[in-house]
Design a binder for this molecule. Structure first.
Ligand code: C2E
Ligand code: MG
Ligand code: MG
Length: 435
């Protein structure tokens, strides 16, 4: 039998870059294969790279091509051509039709990681896979591929899960997300995004010490969409990198405006989603912002979420040290929410920790939580770091937190996140009051 499955010859059935089947040919061949091998259980596997677009932006297109060719070579060398089909369906999208018994997905991902690492590109380039176990043989193959694609989209960009299986429930959620994804570009262009500023307060000195910039989306039809809904979507599709940069620039623009008006400013801290750490030009971008708006580094602080630490510790440490070298303060957001709080404290040159809101919520229910909070403050003090406690909503909570030492609070008790003009009034009124 001719080993035609994944070892194609040149011709219009094939993708020029990789020599694998193209999508159309794959759909035809897979229909035939699944029809002929009715006795064998099959899977459709969709694989692609998280944020390939960003890689193409950051590097030359040749680098992107090299990655795709290396992956294709791997598939040609390892998949069994008698039973298995493989194609490059588009950009960085590969589809495989493989007997369930032969699918070693973890091995494939591990091998691909190794191949890509061997190319020595200074960037993490992870492959993700979505798998549809062909349970409905009469389904058109392109719909099978869509299903595998849905499973893939659910986990793409997550760092703990590299593959997922399709299940029916996914469909609704994904259709919802897709609608949102299509709207993000337009939203940015039409300035539907804006920032709110939430004051952070020193309860002992009774002053606003800084503020956090929090993005808001005002959709012309749906009204305000909460960050809890769209940030995870943006993190999944890579849009967060652009959105974060927009937020940082808005914060800088705001600081410059205040300075031009001769008004007082306090630092604004901005969130850095973990995907940013894959952009090697991040420090240059931040320096460019400072230069463009003629700001000093203390005027902008950087919040890095604790969970970023689990992804790539070396890269994160490098980046944080670079920020420090540029004069920025780095804050650890959501401290205590994940598994790496203490490790991160141990390794990273952080200025401040922001204690996760979950602690304050539990404060009155559990004495142990009150004790943990107390020792977290002491620990931070001993390490020469500042502490912000998030989510303070009541006077009682505020009093307890203030009793612990040099702690700043962020929470509705003091102020909700405010539109920029309201924040300005608040800041002017509060910080100029005689104390
Ligand atoms: P975060 O960075 O930990 O921000 C604090 C969140 O706590 C904000 O929610 C804020 O409105 C909320 N909060 C503050 N005080 C209280 C309080 O007393 N009670 C309660 N219940 N909540 C309080 P928000 O604005 O909905 O943002 C949620 C998360 O979305 C943020 O958590 C952050 O992780 C993410 N986010 C927001 N803006 C951005 C952004 O520009 N870029 C990125 N990458 N993430 C963002
Ligand atoms: Mg934050
Ligand atoms: Mg936080």
């Amino acid at each position: 039998m001719k080993a035609e499955g994944i070892l194609p010859t040149v011709g219009s059935k094939f993708d020029e870059l990789t020599g694998l089947y193209n999508r159309e040919a794959f759909l035809r061949e897979a229909t035939t294969l699944l029809g002929a091998r009715y006795d064998v259980g099959y899977c459709i596997v969709c694989m692609d790279i998280s944020c390939f677009k960003i890689i193409n932006d950051l590097f030359h297109m040749d680098t992107g091509n090299l990655i795709l060719q290396s992956a294709a070579e791997y598939f040609k060398e390892t998949l069994n051509p008698r039973t298995t089909l493989c194609c490059r369906a588009s950009a960085d999208h590969f589809i495989i039709c493989i007997p369930s018994e032969e699918l070693r997905i973890e091995q494939i991902i591990k091998d691909l990681d190794k191949r890509i690492q061997d190319l020595h590109i200074s960037h993490n380039i992870p492959f993700f896979a979505g798998i549809y176990i062909v349970d409905k043989r009469d389904l058109p193959v392109d719909q099978m591929c869509d299903r595998a694609g849905m499973a893939l989209n659910r986990i793409k960009g997550s760092y703990l899960t590299r593959y997922a299986y399709y299940d029916e429930e996914m469909r609704d959620k994904l259709i919802q997300e897709l609608l949102m994804t299509n709207n993000l570009e337009i939203a940015l262009r039409e300035r539907q995004f804006t920032i709110f500023l939430q004051p952070i307060f020193d309860p002992r000195k009774n002053v606003i010490v800084s503020a956090e910039a929090l993005v808001r989306w005002f959709h012309p039809v749906h009204g305000m969409v909460s960050p809890g809904k769209f940030i995870p979507v943006c993190e999944k599709n890579g849009f967060i990198v652009r959105l974060d940069r927009f937020v940082w620039e808005e914060a800088c623009r705001f600081q410059r405006k205040r300075l031009d008006e001769g008004k007082q400013i306090v630092p604004i801290s901005v969130n850095l989603s973990r995907l940013n750490f894959y952009s090697l030009d991040l420090p240059e971008f931040l320096s460019m912002l400072l230069a463009k708006y003629e700001l000093e580094p203390w005027m902008l602080k950087l919040e890095v979420t604790e969970s970023a630490y689990t992804d790539n510790q070396v890269q994160l440490l490098d980046m944080i040290s670079t920020f420090k070298g540029l004069g920025f303060s780095v804050l650890m957001d959501d401290f205590g929410s994940g598994y790496s709080s203490l490790n991160m404290l141990k390794d990273m040159p952080l200025e401040t920790i922001k204690v996760d809101m979950a602690f304050i919520r539990e404060l009155e229910k559990s004495e142990r939580v009150a004790l943990i909070l107390k020792f977290v403050v002491q620990l931070a003090e001993a390490l020469g770091m500042g502490v912000v406690v998030e989510g303070v909503e009541t006077e009682k909570q505020c009093k307890y937190v203030a009793s612990l030492g040099e702690v700043a609070i962020q929470g509705y008790y003091f102020s909700r996140p405010l539109p920029m003009p309201d924040y300005e009034k608040f800041l002017d009124k509060h910080n100029l009051q005689p104390r």
